[in-house]
Design a protein around this ligand. Structure first.
Ligand code: PMM
Length: 301
C-alpha cells in the first residue's frame, strides 16, 4: 500500500502527488497533441441537456466542473448554453451568453482551451471576445447568416457538424437512401460554402453529427465510414458520448441504461474512432477517454 502510494495517481486522496492525468493542458489550438486523438470535454451550462442538463446551470458549479475537466484530462472544453435535445426550450442569444460568458472567462483564466457550442453568430462572437478559441456549430444546413464571415474574419477553427436541422431520430429528415454518401456530399457542399466565404480549408473540422437527423443505424453506418469521412481532407470530430444509440445497443428487455451508464460503451467508440483516423472525440468523461485515445495511439504505433 505504502509503496504503491509512491506512484503518482495511485496514492490515497491525501497523497501529496497529483493524479497522473493532471497534465498541463493545451492553451492554444496549435498546442494540441498531434500524436493522439484530442479529447474535447462537454460542459453544458443548461437546465435541459440530455446527460448533464441541470447539473451545471449554476455558474459556480459550471466553473468547478470545467476545472475538474481541465485538470482531469480534457484538451479542449466545449461550453454550450443551449440544449439541442429534442423538444428543448430555445434560448435567446442574450440568455445563452449570460449563461456561458462568465464560465468561459473563468476557465480561460485557468488556462483552458475553450470551444463554444452555439448556433448563434452573436454568441460565437462574444465567446471569442471572452477568450474562446474554437466555434462548434451544430446547426448544419441551417447555419445562421453571418457565421461563415465571422469564422473567416477571426481565423478560428470551426466545427462544421452535419445536421438537417434537428437532434431527433424521429426527425422526418432522418431518411436516407445512402446515409454515408448523402452525409458526405452534404458536408462537402457546406464546406464549399464556408470556403467560398473566405474560411481557410484548414480551419474546418468536420463532424458527422451522430443523432442529428439520424437513427441509430445511420450513426453506426457513419462510424463504419470514418475513413471515408477523413478522406474529405479535414480533421474529423466524433460526438457519440452517452447518446441514445449507445443506450439502445445496451438495452435489456427494452430498458435503456441511463446516460451515465453508457460511459464504457462511449470509451469503446472513442478507442475505435481514434483508431480509425478521428482527430478528436467530444465526450462527457474526460479522463477515461484520454486513456482510451492513448491506447489507440500506442496500438497504431
Ligand atoms: N452533440 C451534441 C451537442 N453538440 N457538437 C458536435 N460538434 N458534435 C456532436 O455530436 C454534438 C455537439 C449533443 O450532445 P450533448 O447534449 O451531450 O452536448
Amino acid at each position: 500500500m505504502d509503496s504503491l502510494a509512491a506512484v503518482p495517481g495511485t496514492g490515497p486522496a491525501t497523497s501529496p502527488l497529483p493524479p497522473v492525468r493532471t497534465v498541463r493542458a493545451p492553451k492554444a489550438f496549435s498546442d494540441l497533441p498531434a500524436d493522439r486523438a484530442v479529447v474535447m470535454a462537454i460542459l453544458n451550462v443548461t437546465p435541459d441537456s440530455f446527460s448533464d442538463g441541470g447539473e451545471h446551470i449554476d455558474r459556480e458549479a459550471a466553473i468547478a466542473h470545467g476545472l475538474k475537466l481541465h485538470y482531469g484530462g480534457a484538451d479542449i472544453i466545449d461550453i454550450g448554453g443551449e440544449s439541442t435535445r429534442p423538444g428543448h426550450t430555445p434560448v435567446s442569444p442574450e440568455e445563452e451568453q449570460a449563461r456561458i460568458l462568465p464560465v468561459i472567462e473563468a476557465l480561460v483564466k485557468a488556462g483552458a482551451l475553450i470551444s463554444v457550442d452555439t448556433m448563434h453568430v452573436a454568441t460565437a462572437r462574444a465567446a471569442l471576445d471572452a477568450g474562446a478559441a474554437i466555434v462548434n456549430d451544430v446547426s448544419g444546413q441551417n447555419y445562421e447568416p453571418g457565421m461563415p464571415e465571422l469564422v473567416a474574419e477571426r481565423k478560428v477553427p470551426y466545427i462544421l457538424m452535419h445536421s438537417r436541422g434537428s437532434a431527433s431520430n424521429e426527425d422526418p429528415n432522418a431518411r436516407y437512401d445512402d446515409v454515408v454518401a448523402e452525409v458526405l456530399a452534404e458536408l462537402a457542399a457546406l464546406r464549399d460554402r464556408f470556403v467560398a466565404a473566405g474560411v481557410a480549408p484548414e480551419q474546418i473540422i468536420l463532424d458527422p453529427g451522430l443523432g442529428f437527423s439520424k437513427t441509430g443505424e445511420h450513426n453506426w453506418a457513419l462510424l463504419r465510414a470514418l475513413p471515408q469521412l477523413t478522406g474529405l481532407g479535414h480533421k474529423v470530430l466524433v460526438g457519440a458520448s452517452r447518446k441514445r444509440f449507445l443506450g439502445s445497443l445496451l438495452s435489456v428487455d427494452g430498458r435503456l441504461p441511463a446516460p451515465k451508464e453508457r460511459d464504457e460503451a462511449t470509451l469503446a467508440v472513442t478507442a475505435l474512432s481514434a483508431g480509425n483516423g478521428a482527430w478528436g472525440v467530444r465526450v462527457h468523461d474526460a479522463g477515461p477517454n484520454l486513456d482510451a485515445v492513448k491506447v489507440a495511439a500506442a496500438w497504431a504505433g
